[in-house]
Design a protein around this ligand. Structure first.
Ligand code: BGC
Length: 372
């Protein structure tokens, strides 16, 4: 699927081309500060619109992506507007229309599904607005750039993580259940390709047993809980859960707790959320996948800033759009698996703080896990 992912150098170089900081506070001021005496006037940059998908399917969108994108835009002194569609596809389109009307020259989206994403991208392009797919590729959308992580690798790490935890528990012929991500999210397909690549050979060899599988619409954590409850009723001896992110993992853990099975049945995750990391510290979650969202936001904002200034910034590789067959210029970053011993790496990277993680009963666990 993916070819020629080189390094971040090009995006980083584009980043350094950003304007000098001129403090566009509040996110939607469109302000451009005048240069200090003696400085040359910075080139006028267009306005960057960003649409985030929701605030429930993962904590990341509001706690990490918004924060890091904002930091990058402020540092570059460009005008920007970041909004969240709160899972509403009509609202998503309305926000996009408003951004274009208000003079956005670059639109960066995390689609809610490829259909509405495509409509938004096509409208933007028809009005001369440059487009970026952020984190999720819009199939058939034809965005000028795509910035994300290697999402198949995310899934591979989840599959390998579950195998490690089942091996540690000396599980014999474990029944493995799947809680996949949203069927409308191309990333969910890539994650599944990744973990299937690790687990399917084990099912085929009779080493593991394939248990119940469900895709969770819109990554809805509440629905995931209901689905997992049904799975456990149907197969009470589920011995491992491949959950596609920390929210889905937590839904399964809540059900396992009710059945006094938490800690016995390893569960995977993704996003290194505070909740996911605490579940790992408690021994209820086997692993998560840490994606350095700061780097993702920096790479995407570097491209957006370059486009806003009328440049043609360089990507580091391409990904194949499986619907249109196009090679989309892309920057893909490397995800990292996190287990009990490596929770401290996420803290050291500044993604979560010791204060938010090591609360109450978790303080002792944090010490045990070497979190300084
Ligand atoms: C993102 C994940 C996130 C999920 C739910 C995916 O597209 O890559 O990081 O957990 O959406 O929001």
């Amino acid at each position: 699927m993916r070819k020629g992912i080189l390094s971040l150098t090009a995006a980083a170089a584009a980043m350094t081309l950003g304007l000098t900081a001129c403090g566009s506070e509040g996110g939607d001021t469109g302000a451009q500060a005048s240069p200090a005496p003696g400085e040359s006037k910075p080139a006028a940059a267009g306005k960057i619109g960003v649409i985030l998908p929701d605030s429930k399917s993962s904590a990341r969108w509001e706690t990490a992506d918004r924060k890091y994108l904002e930091e990058a835009f402020k540092a570059a002194g460009v005008a920007y507007d970041i909004q969240n569609a709160q899972g509403d596809k009509t609202q998503f389109q309305t926000i996009a229309d408003q951004m274009i009307t208000n003079g956005a020259t670059v639109l960066m989206i995390v689609n809610l599904d490829s259909g509405t994403g495509k409509a938004v991208l096509e409208k933007a392009k028809s009005q001369g607005v440059a487009t970026i797919d952020y984190d999720r590729l819009t199939l058939g959308g034809g965005a000028a750039y795509y910035v994300s992580f290697d999402n198949t690798k995310v899934g591979t790490l989840q599959g390998e993580g579950l195998v490690k935890c089942l091996t540690d528990k000396k599980a014999e012929k474990p029944i493995v259940a799947y809680l996949n991500g949203s069927p409308t999210d191309n990333n969910a397909t890539l994650f599944k390709n990744g973990y299937d690549g690790v687990l399917k050979p084990k099912f085929d060899a009779g080493e593991y047993v394939k248990g119940p599988e469900q895709s969770v619409e819109n990554w809805d954590n509440t629905k995931a809980g209901t689905l997992f409850e049904q799975m456990l009723t149907e197969k009470p001896d589920i011995a491992g859960v491949l959950a596609a992110n920390d929210g889905l993992g937590n839904a399964a853990i809540t059900v396992l707790k009710k059945n006094k099975l938490n800690g016995k049945v390893p569960v995977t995750g993704q996003d290194a959320t505070v909740q996911g990391l605490q579940n790992i510290l408690a021994g209820d979650q086997c692993m998560t996948v840490y994606k350095a969202i700061k780097k993702e936001a920096e790479a995407a904002s570097a491209l957006a800033i370059g486009l806003a200034k009328g440049e043609k910034p360089a990507a580091t590789g391409t990904v194949k759009d499986t619907e249109s067959g196009a090679d989309v210029p892309a920057v893909l970053l490397d995800p990292q698996p996190i287990f009990f011993e490596s929770v401290k790496d996420v803290v050291a990277d500044g993604f979560v703080t010791k204060e938010e993680l090591c609360t109450g009963d978790f303080a002792a666990k944090c010490t045990e896990a070497g979190i300084q």
